[in-house]
Design a protein around this ligand. Structure first.
Ligand code: SAM
Length: 289
């Protein structure tokens, strides 16, 4: 009779006490807040990392973390595991239409009138790049040759270094094409390779990606002179005090006349009244006067 060896790796359990210590630590560093009903999520997501380190318990892992002379690298490992990177091309299309059909022209005209030729666009929780590359495709389509007359700086940042590597590669599965994204874009700007879609270099090279923790105010401040700031579907992971802090620093780095875009179900209600709300059919955006 054949013998089967069943590989049963036992889950390392996270007690409530250790969960609270760990989540407070993660909150202090990243602003990401895990309520108690997310205990199993943290337990699950960090199990592999703890095993990799040959550590037997969360208690030991927390002591290890606190003893590290620099926690930067281990924190990045944690962020790689705990973040939710859900995104897709042309997400919240109505808002992107407002950007492509109206606001981009308006800001270009103003920049030219001011004698400036550079437009800075920042996708501040870019995940694997779909948001920023969508913007790049829209610019390519809407501006054509004007793109060469002005300088467009497209920067994507995220707290997960792992997901940023994916953004840089620009290789996607059908999961990234969930919206009603016009097949026109898929055919024009991607090369299909089996089940994968490689974004063409003409779009990939328009964008760059860097690590940035939105809870780090001095890092946010270094993003000066932003004309369009996309902060979509990330504020939900922060509590009110972090939301206020992040949005205050967004206000500071935006140029006058610059726009802030939030996710479809998000608003600045109760967070900031510094921006002017600009309404379009089915869409509103935030404007720094
Ligand atoms: C749900 S995705 C949203 C992606 C994209 N903006 C969209 O709307 O489709 C949220 C992203 O926020 C990032 N994130 C979470 N906390 C962050 C922080 N403190 N600083 C920067 N990025 C963060 C996550 O790594 C994740 O990739």
């Amino acid at each position: 009779m054949k013998e089967f060896v069943i590989n049963q790796t036992k889950t390392i359990k996270l007690s409530l006490e250790s969960f609270l210590r760990l989540r407070d630590f993660i909150y202090e560093k990243s602003g990401i807040f895990f309520p108690e009903n997310k205990l199993y999520l943290l337990e699950n997501r960090l199990n592999r990392r703890i095993r990799e380190l040959d550590i037997d318990s969360f208690e030991e892992y927390i002591s290890y973390l606190k003893r590290l002379p620099s926690q930067t690298e281990e924190l990045r490992n944690i962020y790689n595991q705990i973040t939710i990177n859900e995104t897709y091309f042309f997400r919240y299309e109505k808002q992107l239409e407002v950007f492509g059909n109206k606001l981009i022209q308006e800001v270009i005209e103003r920049r030219i009138a001011e004698g400036k030729k550079k437009i800075n666009i920042w996708s501040s929780a870019s995940s694997s790049g779909e948001e920023l590359y969508t913007i790049a495709m829209i610019l390519k389509e809407k501006l054509g040759r004007k793109l060469d007359e002005l300088k467009f700086d497209l920067t994507g940042t995220d707290i997960s270094a792992r997901i940023l590597e994916n953004a840089q590669k620009g290789i996607y599965s059908s999961n990234s094409f969930r919206s009603n994204m016009n097949d026109y874009y898929k055919t024009k700007y991607f090369i299909q390779n089996g089940q994968k879609y490689q974004l063409k270099d003409e779009i990939r090279q328009m964008a760059k990606f860097n690590f940035l923790n939105l809870n780090d105010v001095s890092a946010v401040r270094r993003m000066r002179g932003v004309d369009f700031l996309f902060c979509r579907n990330v504020l939900i992971y922060f509590d009110l005090s972090i939301k206020k802090k992040v949005v205050r620093s967004f206000y500071d780095v935006l140029n006058h006349g610059g726009y802030l875009f939030l996710g479809e179900a998000e608003s600045l209600h109760g967070i900031s009244s510094a921006f002017k709300v600009v309404h379009f059919p089915g869409v509103f955006v935030y404007w720094k006067e």
